[in-house]
Ligand binder design. Structure first.
Ligand code: NAD
Length: 342
């Protein structure tokens, strides 16, 4: 395959530079220590996509456009996820959102969309065996993450055992969600660590959550008021050797996860049309600070699991979901100018 020879040297060089830079920024970001804003990152990624659209041969498996997350660090043990953890495709305006709606509806008969907030936190995977929390891990590269079980056990809303008063716990349940610091807690934490001189202040709640969750000493994590909201299911083996209830849709799965005592958002909404999806997007664009935590957009999911399976995934993201990203609130703030905590 040597059609790479048609690519001008300067394009090839810029492509290599962008890949290197984006990999580096990803790594810093997952450690909770970014040096550029998310908007700047997204602009570099847009430039890389532009080059790869013109020269598709450059879109190899190891390009940042094709893969999830960042390499894992040596500080934690490796954990292989039971089901791969994905990223999300992005829409930056209504046109891109509509295009996603049209693509999905052209392939399958979508009856319902689930709209929810895109929480600006860190993706975490939880595994429950016979109702007991046995493992928690970061997303890592989507296939292998870092074992952060001891740290996640300090998060109050994460149940150690699933509730069984409504129905028995499944044999096996893998759920994914977002770990975050509510804005008020973030401000109080920054005040406290500045006063005690324990730490430099964190630039934003996401960095504070990432830094707090990736502590080597879980006693430090325990002093950080982290929270979690669950928004996906990985592996699932029902109680009774598979004879018990099966998951049929995202919203039905949420109802069951709620019965088992897992922390869910009370702001998601199931709607029937893309028109209603746009209304949900517009509502939170105007009420972005109404939730107690920071959001960077809206996630829209085709609700029905059978349709999700039919739509499938690319190498990095499901085709059955899309993240509508809100414009950044402080484009000009360079994080490097702020004293960023680790
Ligand atoms: P993403 O943040 O665009 O979307 C995927 C993630 O959204 C999922 O992994 C999931 O954890 C999370 N999410 C939050 N709420 C969700 C919900 N309700 N349902 C499903 N998922 C939900 O993609 P990404 O691959 O995690 O990261 C890429 C983005 O991270 C970039 O677009 C950029 O904004 C930011 N980033 C910034 C830097 C930087 O240096 N500033 C570096 C790397 C990445």
């Amino acid at each position: 395959l040597d059609n790479t020879t048609d690519i001008p040297d300067e394009v090839r060089a810029r492509h290599e530079e962008l890949c290197r830079e984006l990999d580096d920024h990803s790594y810093r970001y997952y450690l909770g220590n970014p040096i550029i804003s998310d908007a700047e990152y997204d602009t570099l990624m847009g430039e890389l996509r532009g080059i790869e659209d013109r020269y598709p041969v450059l879109a190899t498996q190891d390009s940042p456009t094709q893969k999830v997350g960042a390499p894992i660090s040596v500080d934690f043990a490796e954990v292989e996820h039971l089901v791969r953890m994905e990223s999300l495709g992005n829409a930056f305006d209504t046109g891109e959102l509509n295009a996603w709606g049209e693509r999905s509806a052209a392939e399958v008969p979508v009856g319902a969309y689930l709209c929810e907030l895109k929480i600006d936190g860190l993706a975490v995977d939880l595994v429950y065996e016979k109702g007991r929390l046995v493992r928690a891990a970061t997303r890592g590269d989507g296939r292998v993450g870092e074992d952060i079980t001891l740290n996640v056990r300090t998060i109050g809303v994460v149940p150690e055992r699933l509730r069984e008063d409504v129905r028995p716990a499944p044999e096996l349940l893998e759920v994914r969600g977002e770990v975050f610091l509510p804005v008020e807690d973030f401000e109080a934490l920054n005040k406290r660590i500045t006063e005690t001189g324990e730490h430099a202040p964190f630039a934003n709640p996401r960095n504070a959550a990432a830094g707090s969750l990736r502590q080597k000493d879980p006693r430090v994590t325990a002093t950080r008021p982290l929270s979690m909201i669950v928004h996906g299911v990985g592996a699932y083996v029902p109680a009774g050797g598979g004879k018990d209830v099966a998951f049929t849709s995202q919203s039905q799965a949420y109802a069951l996860l709620g019965e088992w005592g897992l922390p869910l958002s009370d702001r998601y909404k199931v709607v029937g049309t893309m028109e209603e999806v746009r209304e949900y997007v517009a509502y939170y664009a105007a009420h972005r600070h109404e939730p107690a935590y920071e959001i960077d957009g809206i996630v829209v999911k085709v609700d029905d699991f059978a349709l999700q399976r039919r739509l499938g995934s690319t190498s990095r993201a499901p085709r059955w979901a899309i993240a509508y990203k809100y414009p950044p609130e402080e484009v000009t703030t360079r994080l490097v100018d702020i004293k960023v905590g680790v």
